[in-house]
Design a protein around this ligand. Structure first.
Ligand code: SF4
Ligand code: SF4
Length: 144
């Protein structure tokens, strides 16, 4: 490289706009078919369980609150998900899909990686049941 061409590059770099993105202050648009966080619609889910069965990462768990009234809660383990979109492909009622704008998923604790989807009262029911089961198990261990 000659001094002349080097000087040309230096002058150019003063004139050109930086290519660096100003994230997180400016968020870039994501493509329409971007594979972000899995989202779930409890209103249309039929509880068939296909998404859970077909997920290669065991990232989904379905809880039946009231089968007759189609009340289901989905536990989505974000840290296990590989964003393969198999759940979206398997779902016949389009109740589960990958968001194209939820992709800022980094966290400093495990809590945000356990997402319960469903109607508020149904999620509460599932969490209460889990807490009761955990309390029962710890009582059993104490007796031993
Ligand atoms: S995107 Fe793939 S890994 Fe993630 S929940 Fe769906 S099937 Fe499982
Ligand atoms: S495949 Fe669709 S309808 Fe079936 S349990 Fe999953 S989200 Fe619900």
């Amino acid at each position: 490289m000659t001094i002349g061409s080097m000087l040309g590059d230096i002058v150019n770099s003063f004139i050109k706009k930086p290519v660096t993105e100003k994230y997180p202050f400016v968020r870039s648009e994501t493509p329409e078919d971007f594979r972000g966080k899995v989202v779930f619609d409890a209103e249309t889910c039929t509880g068939c369980g296909l998404c859970v069965k077909d997920c290669p990462s065991k990232a989904l768990e379905l809880f039946t609150v009231d089968k007759a009234n189609k009340k289901f809660v989905m536990l989505y383990r974000v840290d296990r998900c590989t964003y393969c979109a198999q759940c979206e492909v398997s779902c016949r009622s389009k109740s589960i899909s990958l968001s194209d704008d939820q992709w800022e998923l980094a966290a400093t604790s495990l809590k945000p990686f356990e997402v319960y989807y469903g109607r508020e009262e149904d999620v509460k029911y599932v969490l209460d049941q889990a807490a009761q089961t955990a309390a029962g198990a710890s009582e059993e261990t104490e007796k031993e």
